[in-house]
Design a binder for this molecule. Structure first.
Ligand code: GDD
Ligand code: MN
Length: 354
């Protein structure tokens, strides 16, 4: 086997026989002579025999390694199987259909070499990047998916395009890391699980497909949500369960306080504080267990600050509804909880995570 190249380019293919020769030729023009590279084509036994074209190109002298799998096993595992074969110091993942222009490859590599970045993302959403020929609805879905990732996964905030299928990374950052191919968003997996320091973005325009059609259907969207939830260790679901338990604690403590003869205005305060404390404790022990920093008391104080606005609105609603409108206290508290929740949400959206 020849000396290991600087760059391994992973290209998953399924029915791309018309695109592959153009891709390989443009890659060679972009890199050839300047940087050593290998192209690892991972083909899932394409009905159009893309793998035959790959072998033909290899015979012509292009540095191509073919990984042929028995059938359509999915984009995620295709990328990972390619990564396993890669020998380069750097690895790039890109599509075969020329939506990822090969001319960006030297820019990705040079960004890594000059900045020492461990991951370089070809981004549609940084200044100078973009998409070509997308409908408004496709743009919204893509932006929405990006937002979900950034909201739930702090590591996804390190780049402007965590959903990108076009990126470079140092091979060493995934050694010993178990990557899970549930979704095809391998960049997200790497951002969450790999051991790295620096991420850099390079703008590019996601082109129209040259030939053929997209192989990613609606099922991928659902798989994506499951993927992100799993990477986030199901925090949003846990948080919602804790929130629901807080409603019960709040109303339960309100019941106990009112029935021990405590004045309703004071009972409301006690009930709200009890639910804040129980929500905090459960989130600390369960939802955010793996993300705890600082002391317990400091986290508790920060939690109080973050829910303060909601709590004030909750209490004001509760007190107002019973004293001014003669509401039943449990119902008044429930309305307060709903308004407080909305306030917390808007507060987070517009101030905390603006
Ligand atoms: N081996 C293999 N097996 N390759 C596959 C499979 C599969 O099951 N499914 C798709 N591919 C290959 C395609 O042949 C193509 O080279 C590449 O993976 C991307 O597939 P497309 O079908 O062209 O995907 P897309 O254009 O809808 O999505 C692309 O853009 C998204 C950004 O909006 C991908 O790059 C996504 O990763 C990216 O997030
Ligand atoms: Mn495509």
């Amino acid at each position: 086997m020849s000396e290991a190249p600087l760059l391994s380019i992973i290209v998953p293919t399924y029915n791309e026989r018309e695109n592959l020769p153009v891709l390989v030729d443009r890659i060679d023009k972009a890199l050839g002579g300047k940087y050593s590279y290998e192209i690892i084509v991972v083909d899932d036994n394409s009905p159009d025999k893309t793998w035959e074209v790959a072998l033909e190109l290899a015979r012509k002298g292009y540095p191509i390694v073919l990984v042929k799998r028995p059938g359509k096993l999915g984009l995620g595992t295709a990328v990972l199987d390619g990564v396993r074969k890669a020998r380069g110091k750097y690895i790039v993942v890109m599509d075969a259909d020329l939506q990822h222009p090969p001319e960006v490859l030297p820019k990705l590599l040079e960004a890594a070499l000059s900045t020492g970045a461990d991951i370089v993302v070809a981004s549609r959403y940084t200044k100078g990047g973009g998409v070509e020929g997308w409908s408004t609805i496709r743009k919204i879905i893509s932006k929405g998916a990006t937002l979900i990732a950034k909201l739930l996964l702090p590591q996804a905030r390190l780049t402007t395009d965590p959903m990108s299928g076009f990126f470079l990374f140092k091979r060493e950052i995934i050694s010993g890391v178990e990557l899970n191919p549930l979704g095809y968003k391998i960049l997200l997996e790497i951002l969450v699980k790999a051991k790295y320091n620096k991420v850099v973005d390079i703008p590019y325009t996601f082109n129209r497909r040259l030939r053929g059609e997209s192989k990613l259907g609606a099922g991928e969207m659902w798989r994506y949500i499951k993927h992100v939830l799993r990477l986030s260790e199901y925090r949003p679901i846990k948080f919602a369960i804790v929130g629901a338990s807080g409603v019960l604690v709040n109303e339960g403590v309100l019941y106990l306080a009112l029935n021990s003869g405590v004045n309703p205005m004071v009972s409301g305060l006690i009930a709200i504080e009890a639910s804040i404390l129980s929500n905090f404790t459960l989130n600390d022990l369960w939802t955010f267990r793996s993300r705890r920093t600082g002391s317990f008391l400091w986290r508790m104080l920060k939690y109080h600050l973050s829910v303060a606005l909601g709590a004030i609105i909750m209490y004001a609603t509760y007190a107002g509804l019973i004293s001014l409108l003669g509401f039943n206290p449990y119902l008044a508290m429930l309305v307060g909880i709903i308004l407080g929740f909305i306030a917390n949400y808007l507060f987070s959206e517009t101030i905390v995570w603006r």
